[in-house]
Write a protein that binds this ligand. Sequence first.
Ligand code: NAG
Ligand code: NAG
Ligand code: NAG
Ligand code: NAG
Ligand code: NAG
Length: 385
Amino acid sequence: MVFPTLCAAVAFALPFVGAVQERGSVSWSFQGCYTDTSASRTLSEASTASANMTVESCIAFCSDGGFSLAGVEFGSQCFCDYVMQSTGVLTSSANCNDACGGNSTEMCGAGNLIDIYWNGTPPPTTPQQVGPWSYAGCFPDSVSARQLPNQQIIPGGVTVESCTSACQAGGFVFAGLEFGQECWCGNSLSASSVLRTSCATACVTNTTEFCGGPSLLTVYENPTAQVCSESTLTSAFTLTAVTTMDAVLIPLYVQTIETESPISWSILTANVSGPFTSEILSNGVLSTSEPQLQTTSLAVAVGESPLFITTESSSTAAGPYCSMLDPGIQGVTGQVLAVNTHSNLWALCHNITACNRLDVVYSPIANHPHYNLASCEPVYLSLTS
Ligand SMILES: *[C@@H]1O[C@H](CO)[C@@H](O)[C@H](O)[C@H]1NC(C)=O
Ligand SMILES: *[C@@H]1O[C@H](CO)[C@@H](O)[C@H](O)[C@H]1NC(C)=O
Ligand SMILES: *[C@@H]1O[C@H](CO)[C@@H](O)[C@H](O)[C@H]1NC(C)=O
Ligand SMILES: *[C@@H]1O[C@H](CO)[C@@H](O)[C@H](O)[C@H]1NC(C)=O
Ligand SMILES: *[C@@H]1O[C@H](CO)[C@@H](O)[C@H](O)[C@H]1NC(C)=O
């Protein structure tokens, strides 16, 4: 006996694939069946999984998360993103042939294949120019060997705008955005760039622009930035203030202002009472070359005199000082002293609370209890060997 072909018996309606899905008033249109891997997701920002997965529930999940792309895979998985990652390759829709776990008349991708829907919102962009900063490329990075070592914590969140301005304030040449929410600054870049489209993670606080990717930096460069030349100098030097207006040279000294045995504090001043000192710059820390006691610089505060502490134990911390090349000012020969690449914010101010002593002040401010801003004279601090 010959059985009739089974085709008729199991005939079924062609499963739903590739149309428009409505979510509220928004239409999500089918984009196709793309390759995907767990190592490098085609939609990489968010995911969920359910044995009940349907195209509708995946779109609802991604839509609620604010994403513009939703993709179903392997019958039960759902992925979201703002842009399709460049690793995904379009294949024939016929390859995405797993029915959805929650609706067998719909297709939900297949193993390593994802059916993608889009709500029509344009993908994020990579601004090419932000102030003096130009887009320089997408560069690989790693936790063990940071390309740009100075991370910036930005209270309002990391965007291309906030990161470049933080790096600019620090006087850096490069600004890099990574992993959607990290901002890194530095002065050199040793890696070779990779495809621009690899840096495709939207900024968490501005999803209309890109902030790098996982272990990938979207890098901007500021060619006008000035760079520190050294934060360690091999030989000792003396510091001389050079007035910006008329190139008058005024020798500077580290002078004790307060002692609470066994600790004493000193500042940089033009009026000396103690013995002549020369200075050493090591790892950003200034210290005086006194043989017995270690006098080292502390953090520099805006509006204050640079402070030094003298103790019996030596400190090895890094500091903000560096030397910069001759700024081309009359009277300055060789390098000048800077704080985080700012060499042009020093002034000499008459200290009212110390008999008008002429003290060095970093970036003098108005309404300071110890000096009148009007009495401050801008200077460069010249390093003389
Ligand atoms: C499947 O969906 C039903 C009804 O929508 C729900 O009650 C159930 O918890 C779901 N099961 C899973 C595993 O998500
Ligand atoms: C199952 O999918 C079909 C095709 O998209 C749709 O018309 C139907 O409403 C879905 N059923 C459920 C319960 O979601
Ligand atoms: C968000 O990104 C867009 C595109 O780069 C930019 O035009 C806009 O100024 C950014 N908004 C903020 C608040 O940074
Ligand atoms: C401090 O030094 C300046 C410049 O050398 C000098 O004009 C001034 O008289 C000195 N003031 C005091 C209080 O020693
Ligand atoms: C002014 O003198 C006081 C007292 O010696 C000192 O603490 C302070 O650091 C000096 N400089 C400024 C800018 O206040």
